[in-house]
Design a protein around this ligand. Structure first.
Ligand code: GDP
Ligand code: FO1
Length: 300
């Protein structure tokens, strides 16, 4: 199965799916448009969240960073007068250093990610959506800024005029992503931000075309009429779609099976189940129900 993922909602689902699906049958293509260099190292927040989830290292309170990690280096850098816009944990930083050393030698992000997976004994395939640089740029009345400046430094407070993806038009999907789109019958779009996490993956040249003959299953990131967390509602309004399941459905485009939370007021064709995943148990339940639906949709 091929899963498209951001760094929070879909990793919660992957926490359940990895208990049910053989590692060799589970591949995850991850958004990289929120990546950035910090203090000389390359951070790929969504890839790291997916890898740490698969390695059972993820900090499940925040859905970024490593559980129990310290921040001695970050604290000392701040004391020295450096400004680090993200709070980077020490072990997390070690992963960034490992990755950045490979990138500086000319190794592609996809291969560097494979090396990280190998080192952390992650058997599932975790694939960046592209090896090229794509950056999410948010236009606000306070200026045009990188996603992380908007979301972390300014805590998502400014009004959002538009969301753009610099570099997306000339980016090429990773070859292993294209190979999986050939091979897999089912593509599962996880409950991630439809604008800034799933949006860039689907907008890569050739991806939407290749989804035409697939069984595309999507889980909405909305519970009732609001996202569980994050800036999805603000971004969706800036994209001129309603901030609800109708808007999610519109942004995703071709979907054969749309799964919404049982509290949703969505009136279109869909399947309903509880999709809230606060615990490992809830993640597993959602994953189980989803697998049953997918099986049904493939045989029926
Ligand atoms: P990001 O990369 O950190 O922005 O993370 P994602 O895009 O992967 O996930 C953010 C989205 O996950 C938000 O829009 C949330 O509404 C959604 N989300 C978080 N937790 C849950 C959950 O338990 N269930 C569902 N259905 N969606 C969730
Ligand atoms: N998000 C924050 O809100 N504050 C942070 O200090 C922060 C640090 C951080 C460090 C490593 C990493 O991989 C992710 C981190 N995030 C942090 C999350 C990151 O900003 C995510 O991209 C967003 O949460 C949305 O995807």
């Amino acid at each position: 199965m091929l899963v498209l993922s951001g760094g929070t909602g879909t990793p919660k689902l992957l926490r359940g799916l990895k208990e049910l699906v053989k590692p060799s049958d589970l591949s995850v293509v991850v958004n990289t448009a929120e990546d950035l260099w910090i203090s000389g190292n390359y951070i790929s927040p969504d890839i790291d969240s997916v890898v740490y989830t698969m390695a059972d290292l993820i900090d499940e309170k925040r859905w970024w960073g490593i559980r129990g990690d310290r921040s001695h280096t970050h604290d000392f850098l701040i004391m020295l007068g450096m400004d680090e816009k993200l709070l980077v944990g020490d072990q997390d930083r070690a992963v960034h250093i490992f990755r950045s050393n490979l990138l500086r030698k000319g190794v592609k992000l996809s291969l560097a990610t494979e090396a990280i997976c190998h080192a952390l004994d992650v058997k599932q395939r975790v694939i960046p959506m592209t090896d090229d640089i794509v950056s999410t740029v948010i236009s606000t009345p306070e200026g045009v800024m990188h996603f992380q400046d908007f979301w972390v430094s300014l805590r998502g407070r400014p009004a959002v005029r538009s969301v753009m993806f610099a570099g997306l038009d000339s980016a090429i999907p990773c070859q292993s992503f294209l190979d999986l789109l050939e091979k897999e019958d089912t593509v599962l779009i996880g409950p991630s931000n439809p604008v800034t996490s799933i949006g860039p993956i689907l907008a890569l040249p050739g991806v939407r075309d290749r989804l035409r003959d697939k069984n595309v299953v999507a889980v909405s990131p909305f519970i009732g009429n609001a996202p569980v967390s994050g800036p999805a509602a603000k971004f969706m309004a800036a994209c001129h779609v309603p901030a609800d399941d109708n808007g999610v459905r519109k942004l995703l485009g071709k979907v054969d099976l749309f799964v919404v939370d049982r509290r949703s007021r969505y009136k279109g064709e869909c399947r309903r189940m509880s999709t809230l995943m606060r615990t490992k148990r809830e993640s597993r339940k959602v994953a189980e129900k989803l697998m049953a639906l997918i099986e049904e949709s493939n045989t029926g």
